[in-house]
Structures are given as C-alpha cells and as structure tokens.
Design a binder for this molecule. Structure first.
Ligand code: ZN
Ligand code: FE
Length: 256
C-alpha cells in the first residue's frame, strides 16, 4: 500500500484546507472546503481529481466550498450525522464507529461535539494522521458554540487518548494567540516556553505551526492538561473534576 500524500492549503484569513491523496487508487479527499477556488487550484497544480469531501462540521469556513466543488467535480460528500441538512451537497451521513476510505486506506470517524453539536474528526490509525477540524488547535481548542464544556472535554479526551506520534491537522492557524493565553495558564511549563520560541520563529517567517504532534500538545496545551497540579494552583482551582477545570480554562480564554 503506497503512502498518502497530504497537501495543506492556507485559505481565507487563517484556515487550512487539506487534500489527502492516495496515489495507488488515484482517489483524493478534501477535508473541509474553506475555499473552493483555492482547493480547485491545488487539485489542478497536483493533477489530482477530487473524489470525496469529508466535512468536520457545518460552519461556512468548513463547508462553504462544498456546492462549487460538487458542481465542478461530481465528488461524494460525507458529513456528520448530527448536522443533517446543514451541509450543502451531503450525500453520506456518518458518525462514531463509521469508516471512510481512500483506496485501501481507512479513516475512522469519531464524534467530537462541543464546537458544534455534530462535529466529527477523521483518524487514520495506521498512518497516524488525524484531521480534527475546530476541536483541537495547536495550544488551543475550539470555542463552544453549540456544546457544553463537559461535551468538549469528552471530545478532547478521546483525542488525547490517541498515540503521541499522531500528527494532528487542525483547521486554523490560531497558534500565536493561543500561545499568549497558554503561558498565562501554566507559565512554569518549560516545554511550553520552548515551544513558544519555536512558534514565534515559524510565524516570523510566515511558516505554518500546523500540523503538530499530539505528544507535544499533551505536554503543552492547557486545554488537554486540566489535571496539571501547576494549572490548578495557578487558577486557584479546588475542584478535582477535569471537566470542571477544563471549563474554567475555556472560560478564561473566552475573556482573554
Ligand atoms: Zn467552526
Ligand atoms: Fe473554523
């Protein structure tokens, strides 16, 4: 089985679109569709034919390019079951326990509600690639537009359970802002401090900080670390419940 080729496409102001291509079958999936024109140009550059769209959630910067891409390519559209009728062109509805395929490659679907009610992520276990939409960001997590903090914590906990060498592909370049907040939550984290230096250097050269290894997120992302004694002490958080501490961190970020 040949390996997958990933093309990361900066779109709109701070989105990343992703094309995943399987050279063996010639199949290509677009994970979300922030900008149809940019995605069509990338397909054209590579000489790839779009066969599938895999949406993570219904927001315009994730599904806004669906209609044009379906019209131009006739591709299939996989969308979250929990967002039926909210995603243009959807013809397959999927959720936890389902799989999508790119040739012989297999991605597992997990439900990750919180940012939106029906948000899903796509996990290639064998290839160690995860496409997480607006659930987990580098040093951050998605805002809670439709779900509760408890739901979002359950969703992040599922992602946190994946192996450290899983490469996380999120849908926005929010890392510098997230870093400014993260350091206020856990200033004594040396891994976080050194990561921030690397992030600054990348952003000064206009380089992406995404994708990122899950192991580094586990060590530095405050939203994955509600169990950290340092974070609890810094927030004067006496509750032992991880979901409650997560909710506290999320509330602070909303007001940051
Ligand atoms: Zn969103
Ligand atoms: Fe988004």
């Amino acid at each position: 089985m040949s390996s997958l080729i990933i093309k990361q496409i900066p779109c709109l102001s701070d989105n990343y679109g992703y094309l995943v291509h399987d050279p063996q079958s010639g199949e290509t999936a677009s994970i979300d569709t922030p900008d149809a024109k940019a995605i069509l140009a990338a397909l054209d550059d590579e000489g790839w034919r779009l066969t599938q769209i895999w949406n993570t959630h219904h927001h315009y910067d994730h599904a806004g390019g669906n209609a044009e891409l379906v019209e131009k390519t006739g591709c299939a559209v996989y969308a979250p079951k929990g967002e039926r009728d909210m995603i243009p062109g959807a013809d397959h509805y999927i959720g936890e326990g389902d799989e999508v395929h790119l040739g012989e490659h297999r991605a597992r679907v997990i439900d990750t509600p919180g940012h939106t009610r029906g948000h899903i992520c796509y996990i290639f276990d064998d290839e160690k690639l995860a496409f997480v939409g607006d659930t987990l960001f580098a040093l951050g997590c998605g805002r809670l537009f439709e779900g509760t903090p408890e739901q979002m914590w359950d969703s992040l906990y599922k992602l946190k359970a994946l192996p450290d060498d899983m490469l996380i592909h999120c849908a926005h370049e929010y890392t510098m802002d997230n870093a400014r907040f993260a350091v206020t939550v856990e200033p004594q984290n040396a891994d976080l401090q050194s990561r921030i230096l690397q992030i600054k250097a990348l952003r000064e050269k206009d380089q992406p900080t995404v994708p990122m290894l899950l192991g580094l997120e586990k060590a530095t992302n405050p939203f994955l670390r509600p169990g950290s004694a340092a974070i609890r002490a810094n927030l004067k958080e006496e509750r032992s419940d991880d979901a409650a501490v997560f909710a506290h961190v999320r509330r602070l970020k909303d007001a940051f």
